[in-house]
Design a protein around this ligand. Structure first.
Ligand SMILES: O=C(O)C(=O)C[C@H](O)C(=O)CO
Ligand SMILES: [Zn+2]
Length: 281
């Protein structure tokens, strides 16, 4: 098996303003996370957040350290890891303990765990483990969180095309983490807008991973400061980095699901600087 990675440096709103479509995509879009029998990570220098994918098909995949990037003996020496399975049923082995992870189930693994392996129950319907990792200072226990155990928030309405349920899964109100927080937002049929009205939180960066998009449909993701927004067209199973200074919102050509993950100064989900829809430019 192999582990591959790319690095993305952190840039600000002034530099972002000068980018054309290609430049915007090169800096913020993560166009592919899942490769057969491979673990792939994007390392962003925004809060040293890592977003990745592990898709075991014919092999069991080991979460190995990335020597030139982390310079640590094992991946979780100084990191914590959040996982949400967006594929078929699979298993995550954590220091010898096997944990089944079905579709849309989440798992938190704390700092200091040495051996993590990923496997799929079926090669014809492989598990797709979406991975987010952040630096950590303390070891918290491994915890699985199902959708039923998530803290649920229903927002929006069909009339304003933004009716959705936010599942707070790896959030500090549900489990203990150092700084990583992850959850999954599902849009109701007929609703296409996520995170509208939009917000920023200069204290935390965020990564959005869009999935469950029907064939032939796309999401236009909006980023940038409230008074100078840009858009990035995204396909199924692509992710996008949202800097702390940026809004993160999207409109799909159908409904869809997305996973949000974030880290930074505080863990207060509600610490958002909300903007009104009419002030967006
Ligand atoms: O649909 C939404 O609204 C969200 O899911 C918002 C994200 O959870 C978020 O941006 C948290 O900061
Ligand atoms: Zn946010």
């Amino acid at each position: 098996m192999e582990t591959t990675f790319e690095s993305r440096y952190a840039i600000g709103p002034n530099e972002t303003k000068t980018l054309d479509t290609k430049g915007l995509r090169e800096n913020f879009l993560i166009d592919r996370l899942f490769w057969n029998d491979r673990i792939h990570f994007v390392y962003t220098h925004f809060d040293r957040y890592m977003a990745g994918g592990a898709m075991p098909v014919d092999q069991k995949l080991k979460l190995e350290t990335i020597e030139p990037l982390l310079k640590e003996e094992f991946f979780l020496s100084r990191r914590e890891l959040g996982i949400i399975n967006v594929g078929g049923a699979g298993t995550v082995e954590v220091d010898g303990e096997k944990i089944d992870l079905g579709t849309k189930e989440a798992l938190y693994i704390g700092k200091g765990v040495k051996d993590v392996y990923f496997s799929s129950n079926s090669a014809s319907e492989p598990a797709k483990f979406y991975l987010n990792s952040t630096p950590a200072h303390h070891s918290y226990p491994t915890r699985k969180v199902t959708k039923e155990q998530a803290n649920k928030i229903e927002l929006g309405s069909l009339e304003t095309s933004n009716h959705r349920v936010i599942n707070q899964m790896l959030l500090h109100t549900v489990i203990e983490t150092c700084q990583l927080q992850m959850g999954m937002t599902e849009l109701k049929p007929g609703s296409v807008w996520n995170t509208m009205p939009a917000h920023t939180h200069d204290r935390r960066m965020e990564v959005y991973f869009y999935f469950d998009l029907p064939e032939g449909q796309s999401v236009s993701h909006f980023m940038g400061p409230v008074d100078e927004t840009r858009h990035i067209w995204m396909q199924n199973e692509q992710a996008v980095i949202s800097p702390p200074w940026s809004i993160h919102s999207g409109a799909g050509t159908s409904n869809y699901t997305f996973i949000w993950g974030m880290a930074g100064e505080n863990m207060d989900y509600d610490d958002m600087d909300k903007s009104s829809i009419t002030e967006l430019r």
